[in-house]
Design a protein around this ligand. Structure first.
Ligand SMILES: Cc1cc2nc3c(=O)[nH]c(=O)nc-3n(C[C@H](O)[C@H](O)[C@H](O)COP(=O)(O)OP(=O)(O)OC[C@H]3O[C@@H](n4cnc5c(N)ncnc54)[C@H](O)[C@@H]3O)c2cc1C
Length: 379
């Protein structure tokens, strides 16, 4: 059996220098933010907050300076993010653009799309949605049916994407599309396109989640024209590109820091003389501490150019398990808070309804475990 090795070390001084700056920034700009708003965490959306982060150089923080990025290390980005996630900062507007689309464009469209779009992302003005999943193609992404057909000067795209988070606010979508029949190789013949959301032929319809709000959408593409220079990377190589993108999507601290507000509520409410509360919450914090070290180790792996897939899958799987266990722990430890209308109660309600999605978005538990099994040489 292969082994999972994650190097854990101290953070370099520039990271610890950054930490108080991020704390002061969050304190200043989130002072009017309620506890319930904070519970939304990185799925919360606030354009002004995104722009304020941009003005600090915290969007595209690790991107090369020649593209306007701050050229900082992955560990500095890790610290900036963990500080903001820990206090429930609203980062949903710029999230996909900053985490994965900017790096994708810099890597695969450095001469064409990156020079135009990356500056927009860095200013907090370009929000991008992820067009991967389709009806009947979620975990089995290679079975997508949205199709791109070559026409003069570009491509015509037809198909349907679902669960597209933020499509109703996004300026652009990066869509995975079939441009060629796979001829026996399921992973061949797919391509990625950069699509302007105001293109004729795009219809965005809401999908209301069990939270009762519109987070994601169905996006119908009906003969949408996309110019040749909006093909990202190489035609037919979309699978390899998307696999690299998913590594970034699964590797961050957001995979165990999306319901911190509920932990904070429990800490506020806990009575230090109550052994059941101190033991249960202590165990939760020990699990957080372990995940934090592993997640920091993943940031180090990415900065060294190592493949984080196996380690990131472990942290995402264990992070979702921990976060999904919090509502039950809160119900057990603080039954008197149930239905009392307090902020604790409202945060608990929100996390109870949101938590099932933590082991779906970005790859389901079963899919991650199959990546882990492969990575460990077990299948
Ligand atoms: C909050 C949220 C936001 C999302 N945002 C986006 C977005 O912005 N863009 C986007 O493209 N998608 C998005 N998604 C979609 C998400 O990526 C998919 O839901 C996910 O990949 C699972 O696909 P599916 O829903 O089609 O489920 P399915 O693939 O149908 O899976 C159903 C069940 O079967 C299991 N299963 C499937 N295949 C296997 C297998 N081979 N072995 C074992 N078990 C298996 C799964 O683990 C799951 O439990 C979002 C989802 C959520 C919940």
């Amino acid at each position: 059996m292969d082994e999972l090795h994650i190097e854990i070390g101290d953070l370099p001084p520039e990271c610890e220098d950054l930490r108080p700056k991020v704390r002061a920034f969050a304190k200043k700009h989130l002072k009017n933010f309620s506890r319930v708003q904070r519970a939304h965490n990185w799925s919360g959306r606030d354009i002004e907050f995104s722009k304020k982060m941009a003005s600090q150089g915290w969007l595209g923080m690790t991107w090369p300076k020649e593209f306007g990025g701050a050229g900082k290390s992955m560990l500095e980005r890790y610290v900036m993010l963990e500080e903001l996630l820990a206090v429930g900062a609203p980062m949903g507007a710029h999230w996909a653009a900053d985490r994965q689309m900017g790096p994708l464009l810099i890597r695969y469209s450095e001469d064409r799309l990156a020079p135009k779009i990356v500056p927009e992302i860095l200013r907090g003005e370009a929000f991008i949605c992820i067009g991967m999943s389709e009806p009947d193609s979620g975990s089995d992404l290679a079975s997508i049916r949205t199709r791109g057909s070559k026409v003069e000067g570009g491509w015509k795209i037809n198909g349907r994407k679902v669960w597209t988070s933020g499509a109703h606010h996004a300026h652009y979508m990066v869509a995975l599309v079939r441009t060629n029949d796979s001829e026996g190789n399921r992973h061949a013949g797919m391509s990625q396109f950069f699509i302007e959301m105001d293109s004729p032929g795009i219809t965005v319809r809401p999908i209301v989640s069990q939270l009762g709000t519109r987070i994601f959408n169905e996006v119908v593409l009906d003969d949408v024209f996309v110019p040749d220079d909006h093909l990202i990377g190489v035609e037919g190589k979309g699978w390899d590109q998307v696999t690299n993108e998913l590594k970034l999507e699964r590797s961050g601290a957001e995979r165990f820091l999306s319901s911190t507000q509920l932990l904070l509520e429990m800490l506020d409410e806990a009575n230090p003389d109550n052994p059941q509360q101190t033991v249960s919450i202590g165990k939760v914090i020990a699990r957080y501490a372990t995940l934090r070290q592993m997640s920091q180790g993943i940031a180090l792996m990415i900065s060294k150019g190592e493949d984080p897939s196996l380690a990131a899958s472990v942290v995402k799987d264990q992070g979702a398990l921990l976060e999904q266990s919090l509502p039950d722990i809160a119900y057990e430890l603080f039954p008197e808070k149930l239905g009392d209308g307090s902020e604790f109660d409202q945060v608990l309600n929100f996390i109870t309804l949101a938590a099932p999605s933590f082991s779906l978005r970005g790859g389901t538990r079963e899919i991650l475990r199959s990546i882990i099994a492969k990575g460990l040489g077990l299948r």
